[in-house]
Ligand binder design. Structure first.
Ligand SMILES: [Zn+2]
Length: 245
């Protein structure tokens, strides 16, 4: 009887150890998706910074071309007005012709200013693009390598999980239905997944509360499974530690 109980306790402790490892591995795996999404987002951000800079340059360049053609048209108008001015008859017509040329000249300078401003914008956008391109060139490889390593770790974790799950099932097979049910019931109430723990120097290592002396004595008999009166965990007397006390 004593040996049998001792064996059940030993199996439960092993099962708990494996199940805690399973839990930690599952947590690791649940973070993989978030981490790879983060890395993808970072890479996409770097790529889109380059692309949006290039799109800016295209747009400004297009605007400059329109302005250049406006300027050409304006120059045509000025030439026409100057031509007309040579054939006017009255002073009034002459004055009005001069004013027209003046106004067209003002429009022309305004267009020229806009073209210059546009060229400055292109220059600034070019500088930004090459900065972003440089960042992309230096970071893309690192990001891809890290993603690969995250995925490799995840694959290893999945394989480990498979092994652990099989190990847990094999251990559960060797534990009596009664003991297993007790373990499962207590475990379902414990956030940290610890349902069985040892008692050292009369203290339950699950909740760090002293257990009554009478119970501590009974515990050393190892004749049946007992629960901590405070935290309900299955408790057992740690013989190794008990002897050295
Ligand atoms: Zn306890």
């Amino acid at each position: 009887m004593r040996n049998e109980i001792r064996q059940q306790i030993s199996m439960l402790v092993k099962l708990q150890d494996v199940e805690l490892k399973i839990h930690r591995t599952q947590l690791d795996l649940s973070q993989v998706e978030g981490r790879t999404a983060e890395l993808d987002a970072q890479l996409n951000e770097f790529i889109s910074a380059v692309e949006s800079g290039k799109a800016d340059i295209q747009e400004i360049t297009k605007r400059i071309r329109t302005l250049e053609s406006d300027l050409q048209m304006n120059q045509g108008r000025i030439a026409k007005s100057q031509e007309k001015l040579r054939s006017v008859k009255t002073n009034k017509e002459y004055q009005s012709g001069l004013k027209e040329i003046d106004d067209l000249g003002a429009i022309g300078s305004k267009i020229e200013d806009e073209i210059l401003a546009g060229m400055e914008q292109v220059e600034a956008a070019n500088a930004r693009v090459s900065e972003h391109q440089h960042r992309l060139n230096t970071q893309a490889g690192l990001i891809r390598t890290e993603k690969e390593s995250v995925l490799q770790d995840a694959e290893q974790a999945r394989q480990r999980l498979e092994g652990l799950t099989a190990e847990a099932a094999a251990l559960a097979d060797r534990i009596s239905a009664e003991a297993l049910a007790l373990y499962r019931r207590v475990k379902s109430k414990k956030a940290n997944g610890v349902a069985i723990c040892s008692v050292s120097a009369s203290v339950c290592l699950g909740c760090h509360v002293n257990i009554p002396p009478q119970m501590y004595n009974e515990l050393q008999r190892v004749d049946r499974l007992k629960n901590c009166p405070n935290c309900e965990r299955i408790i057992y007397w740690d013989e190794e530690q008990g002897r050295s006390e």
